[in-house]
Write a protein that binds this ligand. Sequence first.
Ligand SMILES: Nc1ncnc2c1ncn2[C@@H]1O[C@H](COP(=O)(O)OP(=O)(O)OP(=O)(O)O)[C@@H](O)[C@H]1O
Length: 267
Amino acid sequence: MRITIDDVTVTLAGRDVLSGIHLIAAEGEIAGLVGPNGSGKSTLLRTVYRHLKPQAGRVLLAGRDVRSMTTTETARHIAALPQERGSDFEFTVREVVAMGRSPYKRAFAGDDDLDRSAVAAALEQVGLDGYGRRGFAALSGGERQRVLLARAFAQQPDVLVLDEPTNHLDVQHQVELLALLRAQRRTTLISLHDLNAAASLCDRLHVLHEGAVVASGTPREVLTPELLAKVFGVRAAIVEHPLTGDPLIAFDHREPASSSAQAASPV
Ligand SMILES: Nc1ncnc2c1ncn2[C@@H]1O[C@H](COP(=O)(O)OP(=O)(O)OP(=O)(O)O)[C@@H](O)[C@H]1O
């Protein structure tokens, strides 16, 4: 299902944290949100999964305003992995993942075979089969992250909204998650700090800066040395990844863009 963010403005504590955001994630497309800390990525994702109400504009799911749907209806279509991740759930892993099935159930109904197989498949997808009886609170940060991803997968949504899903994951699990998302070909809106991961995963990237979209396009179009200097304040060269051919950002970890620019400018 296509997601359209149509001229969305979000005001928090009297300040426009997002202003006039317009972007589209087409059916089956992986759309990435990148931008510096505080640029508004989580706020935009929260607006999409209805945690926040925009002051102006609309979020449309296949052309329908999500605010005109019931919360259950939205939850059948959109699954979110938010950034605020509880660690104090007094539940087993299985119970947490089974929460993803609640949009399909009547109140207090037990799990049926479909629920059980969706939960088992989701746990397997994130490499956690065999963890079902473990306590959620006693897991490592990366394991918890994968359980919450499994909960989103068990929801079998049309659209995935993922806020920094690779946080806490070791490199193998990061690669496995990106491969899983690529293989699913589900409409996905995802924020990522790792720009190389974003370049390899996303069909299109949208760069947020101070609450506005300042660039949109394919990773190759968007991730230029000029944009990285201007928006992220870093010096970088874009090369071709020797194994995949994806754009690969080679950062200069010794010097930020501003200090090298200052050094280069005449006194
Ligand atoms: N509830 C709130 N009340 C007031 N300001 C808020 C609130 N939530 C977020 N903000 C502000 O909105 C701006 C955008 O925050 P947001 O969390 O969306 O950024 P982000 O791009 O996801 O950042 P990060 O990369 O650090 O996760 C920040 O300046 C933040 O301080």
